[in-house]
Design a protein around this ligand. Structure first.
Ligand code: RIB
Length: 307
């Protein structure tokens, strides 16, 4: 089983000519409400990429007892993700305010709501069934760490996406996260942020990811149109290119990468192949608007990787 421990959000999305600077107001013609949240996005990406492979995908998350929460849970079910470990409480369902500019780049503010009340206890002993556990940084860190430590001790491979890199995160916290992780996924900003927390000043994101990996774990740097680079703990470097696409919306591309990486690892694929598929899937995800709309299923991914 692939188990995702993380966030569920409703994304309020407006397309703008350019992302507003501080103090600036820009007008959008309209807005859409879409399904999102890094945890939910990663679970949906994993479920689509492993459809037909006999792998169960489940999410442990929390929503509000409101219409958004019910719709988000229904969307998970429609995408083949088990919501058996999704609880509902009095807090509002998490929301993300997303502006996407014409280049496809975005800026996001997340109001965590119910995600802040997610606990490791909501899983009971179900963490023992996880072959691969996937985490991000939109759920309470102490609860995520507890889940990762328990699942890893029970034999799960832990993939942790250090996104969004939290402000004020401490060195000891990061060291405990790294110690509970097999594969850390970072983008360029998160790689540099993590090494700064560790007390070093890398000259590039690649150098940062390599330093994080060194003797500890596998660190994967997702670098958008430049593809991805993985560094193993023993210093081996694997590179995977992205597909050549015209980006419509990059929202959810990183989540697609993580979810597909988890699906490939769960299917026993070696790191170079898993990295390539995750990269291709992330590229495809950028070709449609919204976090989840462009996520490929297994057949689409197969076609993109063999074409
Ligand atoms: O990574 C994209 C996601 O980040 C969005 O769906 C939004 O909900 C935020 O969590």
């Amino acid at each position: 089983m692939i188990l995702v421990f993380g966030s569920i959000n409703i994304d309020w999305v407006a397309r703008v000519p350019s992302i507003p600077r501080p103090g600036e107001t820009v007008l959008a013609r309209a807005y859409e409400t879409l399904f999102g949240g890094k945890g939910a996005n990663q679970a949906v990406a994993a479920a689509r990429a492993s459809r037909g492979a006999g792998i169960e995908v489940a999410i442990a998350a929390r929503v509000g007892s409101d219409a958004f929460g019910r719709a988000a849970v229904a969307n998970l079910a429609a995408n083949g993700v088990s919501a058996a470990f999704v609880s509902a409480g009095p807090e509002p369902t998490g929301c993300a305010f997303v502006v996407v500019e014409d280049s496809g780049e975005n800026a996001i503010t997340v109001a965590s709501g119910a995600n802040s009340a997610l606990t490791a206890a909501s899983l009971g002993h179900a963490f023992t069934a996880a072959d691969v556990l996937v985490l991000q940084m939109e759920a309470p860190f102490a609860e995520s760490l507890r889940t990762a430590t328990r699942a890893r001790a029970a034999g799960a491979q832990v993939i942790w996406n250090f996104a969004p890199a939290p402000a004020g995160f401490g060195r000891e916290e990061l060291l405990s996260l790294l110690a509970a992780t097999d594969i850390l996924v970072v983008n360029q900003h998160e790689a540099v942020a993590a090494t700064r927390i560790l007390g070093t000043a890398p000259e590039s994101a690649e150098e940062a990811a390599s330093a994080i990996a060194d003797g500890r774990l596998t660190a994967v740097l997702s670098a958008g149109p430049r593809g991805a680079i993985a560094f193993t703990p023993d210093g081996i470097r694997h590179v995977a290119p992205a597909l050549a696409i015209r980006p419509v919306d990059t929202t959810g591309a990183g989540d697609t990468f993580v979810g597909v990486l988890a699906a490939e690892v769960a299917q026993g694929r070696e790191l170079p192949g898993a990295l390539q598929r995750a990269c291709s899937a992330a590229s495809l995800a950028c070709t449609k608007a919204g976090a989840q709309a462009g996520m490929p299923d297994r057949a689409e991914l197969e076609a993109a990787c063999s074409g």
